[in-house]
Design a protein around this ligand. Sequence first.
Ligand code: DC
Length: 228
Amino acid sequence: MKKIIITIDGWSSCGKSTLAKAMAKALNYVYVDSGAMYRAITLYFLRNHVDWTDKKEVNKAMKDISLEFVFNEKSQQSEIYLNGENVEYVIRDLVVAEKVSEVATIKEVREAAVAIQKEIGKGRGIVMDGRDIGTVVFPDAELKIFMTADNAVRVERRFKELYEKNPNVTIEEIKANLEMRDYIDSHREISPLKKADDALVLDNTNITEKEQFHKAMKWAKERKGVVV
Ligand code: DC
C-alpha cells in the first residue's frame, strides 16, 4: 500500500493539530507537530538567555540543541524532547508563544527544523502541520490542506484551551498574541505562511470537528493509493 504525505498549514489556532491528529490516527500515519520544534528551540533560548539577534550566539546554541519526537503510549501521540527532556507541555505556555514567531524568522533555526522534518518524511505516511509544510518542506506532498477560520472563533477556541491550564489568562492577551503571530508568520522573509498553489482550503468557522474530519478524509481517499 502506497503511503502519502499530508500537509496542513494555516493560521495559528485554527484547529490544524486537531485535524492532523485525527487523520493520522484514522490512516495509521505518524502525526508531526512542526510548530513544537520552533517552540522547543524558543524554550531553550529563553532558558539559556540566548540573544537570538546575535548570529554567533544562535549558531552556538543550535549546536547544543537536540530535538526528538518520541511516541507516548499513554497519550497516544508523539511528544517532543529537547536534549532528552519531555517539553511537550511546557512549550504551550504563553511565555513561549509570545516569542516563538520571532525565533521562527531566524534562518539558522528554520534550516535546522526543516532538515529534521524532511528526514521524518522520508518514509512518507505522515501528517505534518505548520506554516510552510506544503510550500517549502514537502512541495511534492500528495495532499495539501490550508486551514482558516474567523479571528473571533480562533481567539475563543484558544482562550478555552489555555484557560483550563491557566485561569489568569485573559481573552485580550490571547487576541493580541494571535494577531501578532499571524502578522509575523505571514510577513517574514523566509518561508512565510501562505497557501500553496495546489492546497485545498478548509475554512472551519461554521463546521464541526467531525464535519471537517470527514471533508479532509474524503480528500485523502481521493488520493491514489490511500486505503482507509
Ligand atoms: O503551530 P504552532 O502555533 O505551535 O507554531 C508556533 C510558531 O512556530 C508559529 O507562530 C510560527 C512557527 N512555525 C513556523 O514558522 N513554521 C512551521 N512550520 C510551524 C510553526
